[in-house]
Design a protein around this ligand. Structure first.
Ligand SMILES: Cc1cc2nc3c(=O)[nH]c(=O)nc-3n(C[C@H](O)[C@H](O)[C@H](O)COP(=O)(O)OP(=O)(O)OC[C@H]3O[C@@H](n4cnc5c(N)ncnc54)[C@H](O)[C@@H]3O)c2cc1C
Length: 161
């Protein structure tokens, strides 16, 4: 008799969501655990700078799947948890609270982070960055007719890529 395998995905957003969807679609019937630092199930970020920011769509509509999909697909979503250490010898991921999750297969899907403007003052009130739903909410809360916004972004120059 073979024992159950555990497939762990670290990083709980679009790549993680797409990967576990594919695993189930392709017939993988073993245990799947997704460890994500954000409190939301996998969601699409593009609306955050578009219709969601304009208040024309809801947070739920940005989700890759409704939360019930993960329960129905028997995918364990461990949200609001940060993986802090990988033990490749013991085949385990350690979480910030000390919990160890042993894996047979591991996918690291931790994505990217915003590059903060390296000038004084970026921590002042009214200065935002945009990557998460909460950051979109914070910007949306300040959008009012008559106010002026300065927007910077895009790809870094080649010497800083
Ligand atoms: C505002 C905005 C608009 C965008 N618009 C477009 C668009 O129009 N078209 C387009 O093609 N792309 C767009 N993108 C890019 C697109 O959203 C990304 O390519 C996509 O989110 C990548 O998904 P990902 O899952 O690989 O990484 P991410 O979305 O970065 O997700 C990685 C996740 O891993 C989590 N994580 C990281 N480290 C750990 C850890 N140690 N433990 C646990 N969890 C961890 C993070 O908190 C995050 O939730 C946009 C991005 C942003 C921010």
């Amino acid at each position: 008799m073979t024992s159950e395998q555990t497939f762990v995905v670290v990083g709980g957003n679009l790549t993680a969501g797409a990967a576990v969807t594919t695993l189930r679609d392709q017939g993988f019937d073993q245990r799947i655990v997704v460890i994500g630092e954000e409190p939301h199930p996998p969601y699409e970020r593009p609306p955050l700078s578009k219709q969601y920011l304009r208040g024309e769509s809801t947070a739920d509509s940005a989700l890759l799947h409704p939360p019930s999909w993960y329960a129905d697909a028997d995918v364990e979503l461990r949200l609001g948890l940060r993986a802090v250490r990988l033990d490749p010898v013991g085949r385990a991921v350690e979480l910030r609270d000390g919990e160890r999750i042993v894996y047979d297969k591991l996918l690291i899907a931790t994505g990217g982070q915003n590059r903060r403007l390296a000038v004084p003052g970026t921590d002042l009130q009214g200065i935002h960055q945009l990557r998460t739903m909460e950051e979109a909410d914070a910007i949306r809360a300040e959008l009012r007719p008559g106010r002026t916004a300065v927007v910077g972004g895009g790809l870094p120059p080649p010497d800083r890529a």
